[in-house]
Design a protein around this ligand. Structure first.
Ligand code: NAD
Length: 483
């Protein structure tokens, strides 16, 4: 395939209260590669959110029962349909988003897994009897608890994984018996609309689902503050997450936020393997990935070789059109994002950093960039770049490398490369992050594992089984026998 198939037209600009809605106020979706319009959806309002939330709440509280077996069957059917249509979804993800079509294909396949795992969680929604006999105060009582839906979930997603991150919210919410109102990223609503259409076709009751494209400040804020939204599941940047948490107040929240992924390479590491993993982890999706590898701390014995290999790997990557199957690196989400990345690289260079590869921008494209000699405090080290930039530096000691990793405001995932299990476990235990990957970078995830981070990287854990747990709550029923 060298060109995208025809632009897909969604059945409506938004969906709520059981119907597709034509765009009252249109929101154009543009291809970040060249600015062409690839679709038009609704730019929904706060009033639309109110109607949609009320509809979903009514369906959850007073609507027809949706038993667990039907939820399981609907999601299993959705996984099968998604598998059959993965080329269509790959094309949508790539067209409105930033991923080259090959990489978008991998996301579409992963989303099948996420939905399949969600269906399988039906078998884990279990409770337990309670030990009322353990206290003299409870004589004559028996009881148990079950896991019940939280109610209405407000789901807010970012642009960088337009399908799989939506699946990570809708799959667990639906199998848990909730209703969901989704606000997808304004840049990538088409994939979300197509996924909702597929879920409805698979048998998810129309009243349980709503999707409202639009702006964060209107649709997002109205959703978070709505009194009938019982829980907010948010994925996005730290600053937005912080604002969402303030608006949500005492509401239940699950927050998957940013990162500035670090890797430690010890002197006995397989350097070639580490270098390839750094190239993959730093430049996949042009660095627009919360798990992106941004900081590499290497033992002085291997730092030069590692640098040479990462530079060679970065220079081999093909920057180009997303529709071309040979392309490795597509555009950033918009020109402002590419200019910001360029500015952060320039600031580091002005402060003394050296560009070893890349360092070039053209429109929304930023070339895979490798930096060395980056002074402490540079934004490319302290903040989340969310672009294809990695810094490599030798460490003075393992303790110093651990301190550098832990010195960040973020703590999502990290990697350590070594052949020595004691060193690996020692470093792993000392890192303040949500996950440590040994002989992988932090850019590794399976969709069933608990996923999330410490500090500014998030609150709580996603990952299908863990999201299902967060989106359900124990409810106790106790019986006091007569006599
Ligand atoms: P963003 O924070 O700008 O936007 C995320 C979503 O929040 C969008 O749908 C946006 O419209 C909405 N939003 C904006 N303002 C809002 C408000 N006031 N109230 C409610 N919603 C609002 O993020 P982005 O630029 O789309 O995505 C990139 C960020 O997402 C990065 O920081 C990245 O690390 C993070 N991310 C995290 C994970 C994870 O699982 N930890 C995964 C992917 C992306």
């Amino acid at each position: 395939m060298s060109e995208f198939s025809a632009v897909w037209t969604p059945p409506g600009g938004a969906f709520w209260a059981g119907s597709w809605r034509p765009p009252a106020v249109p929101l154009e979706v543009r291809d970040p590669e060249n600015g062409t319009v690839v679709g038009t959806v609704s730019d929904c309002s706060a009033a639309d959110v109110d109607v949609a939330v009320r509809g979903v709440a009514l369906s959850v509280i007073e609507g027809e029962a949706w038993p667990l077996w039907q939820r399981r069957e609907a999601l299993a059917r959705a996984a099968a349909l998604l598998g059959e249509r993965s080329d269509h979804f790959a094309s949508l993800i790539s067209r409105e988003g930033c991923k080259p079509v090959r990489e978008a294909g991998r996301e579409a396949k992963r989303a099948v897994e996420t939905v399949r795992l969600s269906a399988e969680q039906a078998h884990c929604l279990e409770g337990s009897t309670l030990p009322f006999g353990d206290t003299p105060r409870s004589g004559g009582r028996v009881g148990w608890y079950t896991r019940e839906p939280v109610g209405v979930i407000g789901a807010i997603t970012p642009y960088n994984d337009p399908l799989n991150l939506v699946a990570h919210k809708l799959g667990p919410a639906l199998i848990g018996g909730n209703g969901v109102v989704l606000k997808p990223a304004e840049q990538t609503p088409l994939t979300a609309l197509a996924f909702v259409e597929l879920l409805l076709e698979a048998g998810v009751p129309a009243g349980r689902l709503a999707v409202l494209p639009g702006r964060g400040a209107t649709v997002g804020a109205a959703l978070v503050s709505h009194p009938l939204v019982d829980m907010v599941s948010f994925t996005g940047g730290y600053a937005t997450g912080d604002a969402v948490a303030r608006t949500a107040g005492a509401k239940k929240t699950l927050m998957e936020l940013g990162g500035n992924g670090a890797v430690i390479v010890l002197p006995d590491a397989d350097v070639e393997r580490a270098a390839q993993a750094v190239v993959d982890g730093a430049f996949g999706a042009a660095g627009q990935n919360c798990l992106s590898v941004q900081r590499v701390y290497a033992a002085p014995e291997v730092a030069d070789l590692l640098l040479d290999l990462v530079v060679a790997g970065a220079e081999r990557l093909v920057v180009g059109s997303k529709s071309d199957p040979v392309t490795d690196i597509g555009p950033l989400v918009d020109e402002a994002a590419a200019e910001r990345v360029e500015a952060w690289v320039s600031q580091a260079v002005e402060a003394g950093a050296t560009v070893r590869a890349g360092g070039k921008r053209d429109g929304t494209f930023h070339w895979p960039t490798v930096l060395t000699d980056v002074p402490a405090g540079s934004r490319v080290l302290t903040e989340e770049v969310f672009g294809p930039v990695v810094s490599i530096q030798p460490f003075g000691s393992v303790d110093a490398a651990v301190a550098e990793v832990n010195g960040s405001d973020y703590g999502l995932q990290a990697g350590v490369f070594t052949r020595d299990i004691d060193s690996a476990l020692d470093v792993a235990h000392r890192l303040r992050v949500g996950a440590v990957m040994i002989n992988d970078t932090g850019d590794f995830r399976i969709d069933a594992m608990p996923f999330g981070g410490s500090k500014h990287s998030g609150v709580g854990r996603e990952g299908v089984p863990f999201a299902v747990e967060a989106m359900t709550e124990p409810k106790i029923i106790a019986i006091h026998r007569a006599g």
